[in-house]
Design a protein around this ligand. Structure first.
Ligand code: NAD
Ligand code: DAU
Length: 331
C-alpha cells in the first residue's frame, strides 16, 4: 500500500502517520505538507526514517498530480483549521480548504485513486444547549464561520466528484480532537501551556459552549476503518460521546494541574461562537463495528497534560507569538 497523507505534519495528520507506521510498517507513507505555522517537522521526528516528507502546497496541481499518481490511497487532512484565524483573515481558508480539496479531487479523478476526505462536525452549524438532538449524516449543512463554510464547500466538492465522475471517495465529519501535538492556539493546549508558563487560562464568554471531545487516536482509528471498509460515496460521522462545556473542561484541567479551578480570566467571546456540537456516531458503530478506546476523558486529559509538561521543546518556541496574537484581539 502506497499512502499519501496531506497535512501529515499537523496535529491529527502527524498522529495518523505515527499510527500508520506502527500498525503497517510495510506501507510506503508519503506526507505532503506546506509546513505552515501549524505544521512541523518535529511532529514527524519519531518516524522520520520510515516516511517521505514532501514540503509542498496542496494547491500545487502538478505536484499533487505526481504524488497521487504514485499512490494507492490518499488521506486528505491538509487544511487551515483555526476558527479565530478564519475570522481574522479568511483568504487562506478559501485557498487551502476549497482550492486545495479541488486540486486533490482532480488528481484522484485523473489517476483513479481512492480518497478519504477528513472533515469536521462544524459544517452542520450549532445545536441548541437545551435540546438533546445530535448531528447525523442527514443533518443539513449550516456552517457559521469562514472556516466551517470552507470545509462545507470542500465536502460538497467531494460529493459532486463522487456523483459526476465516479471518484472513489469517503468523507468523515469528526468532533473536537484532543491529544499530543495539538497547536497551542487551540483551547486545551492553550490553557495547559498558559498554566505551564505562569499565564492565566482564558475562557471565551460564559464558557457554556459545548464541544464533543474525542481523543485523536480514536479519530484516526475510525479514519483507518473507513479507509479500509467504508463505502465510497458515503459520509461517516465520528464521535465518542464526549460532550462537555468549556467551563467544566477548564476547571477540570486547572484542578488536575494543582490550581484553584477559578484561577482563569474571562475574555470577550468569539464572534458567531457556535453553542454546541454533538455527534451521533451510531452508523459508524453499527455498520463498521468501530468504537472509541479512550472513553475516559479525564484520563485522556491527564495524559495530554503530561505530554505538554514533557515536550516543552515542541511547543515552547510557538507560545509567545500565539499569545501576542490573542492579546491583540483582546483574548
Ligand atoms: P492542523 O492545523 O494542526 O494541521 C493542518 C496541517 O495542514 C498543517 O501541517 C499544515 O502545515 C498543513 N497545511 C495547511 N495548509 C496547507 C497547504 N496549503 N498545503 C499543504 N499543507 C497545508 O489541523 P488538524 O487539527 O490536524 O486538522 C486536520 C484536519 O482534520 C483538517 O482538515 C480539519 O478540518 C479536520 N478536523 C479537525 C478537528 C480538530 O478537532 N482539530 C476535528 C475534525 C476535523
Ligand atoms: O469541532 C471540530 C473542530 O474543533 C475542528 O473542525 C477545528 O479545526 C478545531 O479547531 C475545533 O474547533 P473549535 O473552534 O471548537 O476549537 P477551539 O480549540 O478553537 O475552541 C474550543 C472551544 O473553546 C470553543 O468553544 C472556543 C473556546 N475557547 C477557545 C480558545 C482558543 C476558549 O474558551 N478559550 C480559548 O482560548
Amino acid at each position: 500500500m502506497r499512502l499519501l497523507v496531506t497535512g501529515g505534519a499537523g496535529f491529527i495528520g502527524a498522529n495518523f502517520v505515527h499510527s500508520a507506521v506502527r500498525a503497517h510498517p510495510e506501507y510506503a507513507v508519503t506526507v505532503l505538507d506546506a509546513l505552515t505555522y501549524a505544521g512541523s517537522r518535529e511532529s514527524l521526528a519519531p518516524v522520520e526514517d520510515q516516511i517521505r516528507l514532501v514540503q509542498g502546497d496542496v494547491t500545487d496541481a502538478g505536484l499533487v498530480s505526481r504524488l497521487v499518481a504514485d499512490s494507492d490511497a490518499v488521506v486528505h487532512f491538509a487544511a487551515e483549521t483555526h476558527v479565530d484565524n478564519a475570522l481574522a483573515d479568511p483568504e487562506p481558508f478559501l485557498r487551502t480548504n476549497v482550492i486545495g480539496t479541488f486540486t486533490v479531487l482532480e488528481a484522484v479523478r485523473r489517476h483513479g485513486v481512492r480518497l478519504h476526505h477528513v472533515s469536521t462536525d462544524e459544517v452542520y452549524g450549532e445545536l441548541a444547549l437545551d435540546n438533546p438532538a445530535r448531528f447525523t449524516e442527514s443533518t443539513p449543512y449550516n456552517p457559521s464561520s469562514p472556516y466551517s463554510a470552507t470545509k462545507a464547500a470542500a465536502d460538497m466538492l467531494v460529493r459532486a466528484w463522487v456523483r459526476s465522475y465516479g471518484v472513489r471517495a469517503t468523507i468523515s465529519n469528526c468532533s473536537n480532537n484532543y491529544g499530543p501535538y495539538q497547536h497551542v492556539e487551540k483551547f486545551i493546549p492553550r490553557q495547559i501551556t498558559n498554566v505551564l508558563t505562569g499565564r492565566r487560562p482564558k475562557l471565551y464568554g460564559s464558557g457554556a459552549n459545548i464541544r464533543d471531545w474525542i481523543h485523536v487516536d480514536d479519530h484516526n482509528d475510525a479514519v483507518w476503518r473507513i479507509l479500509e471498509s467504508g463505502q465510497p460515496g458515503r459520509t461517516y460521522l465520528i464521535g465518542a460521546d464526549g460532550e462537555r462545556d468549556n467551563l467544566t473542561v477548564l476547571r477540570t484541567l486547572l484542578k488536575m494541574m494543582g490550581h484553584d479551578p477559578d484561577d482563569f480570566d474571562r475574555v470577550p467571546d468569539r464572534a458567531g461562537h457556535d453553542l454546541r456540537y454533538a455527534i451521533d456516531p451510531s452508523s459508524l458503530y453499527d455498520e463498521l463495528g468501530w468504537a472509541p478506546k479512550h472513553t475516559d476523558f479525564d484520563e485522556g486529559l491527564r495524559a495530554t497534560i503530561e505530554w505538554y509538561r514533557n515536550n516543552e521543546s515542541w511547543w515552547g518556541p510557538l507560545k509567545d507569538a500565539v499569545e501576542a496574537r490573542y492579546e491583540q484581539r483582546g483574548q
